[in-house]
Design a protein around this ligand. Sequence first.
Ligand code: ADP
Length: 267
Amino acid sequence: MPLQIQERRPAERNVVKMPKKGIKKMFAVVSGKGGVGKSTVCALIACELQRRGYTVGILDADIGGASIAHLFGLKKEHLNGFFATSKNGIRILSFALLAKDQDRASIWRGPLITNALKQLYDRLDFGELDYLLIDSPPGTSDVPLTLYQYYPLDGIVVTTTPHDLVREVVARSIKMAQRLSVPILGIIENMSHLVCDNCKKKHFVFGNSKSAEVARDANVPLLAQLPLDPKLAELEDKGQVDTYESAEMKKAVDELIRSSSSQAAIE
Ligand code: ADP
């Protein structure tokens, strides 16, 4: 017999969104599950926007698995008040930098993380920003739900990988955003393929991609298909994500800027 679980409807009506705090555009980078490269995509979008002269911040809201500070080589000693600034000028607010014991947060229950998520935004004081990127907690539980409900998001970017399993997981993330009327700016497929160093042939190591299909079903653009690139992993391990550039990501950011500025102009 199938398991019957009572659906709990999100309390859409009574929620008051938190203030925008001088931020022109606020995008959350989300994923249906962990480990697909959501933090990587979030950091790469931020760096690409920053290269174009925008003022950019990142809020690492993936409290249980905060990794943004690590990707930029930032530690507690780099904090200036509540945030740290990366070498390329991106302002970063992360629980990993503020918490006494980040390891404890990875075993916190949902309600505690949900509270921390609200408090983190209360602490946010980046001043005027063109773009704030939010590294969202993965999944479709109460924690990302809180982000969608309380944060004044202008849209989300969904990160995925080509694995078959991820297809359903992504569809769930998209449905949650649609139910809460959060615009979906597009899908970025990460680890799409591996390019051979010698012959430059693309190898689809995780099988044929389903992302184009998922994007078509949801009526959202597939913004990019990023390769699995050992150089990117190495730079991230060294805290130098800001030095990585990719043509695919540039194209994705062109589209993001275009679609977000059609919502309201950024000077
Ligand atoms: P998530 O935020 O979804 O948990 P991360 O961005 O932290 O995922 O990435 C997980 C791991 O995979 C990290 O070690 C990261 O360096 C690596 N990684 C992510 N994307 C790529 C890629 N395109 N090529 C190589 N390594 C990658």
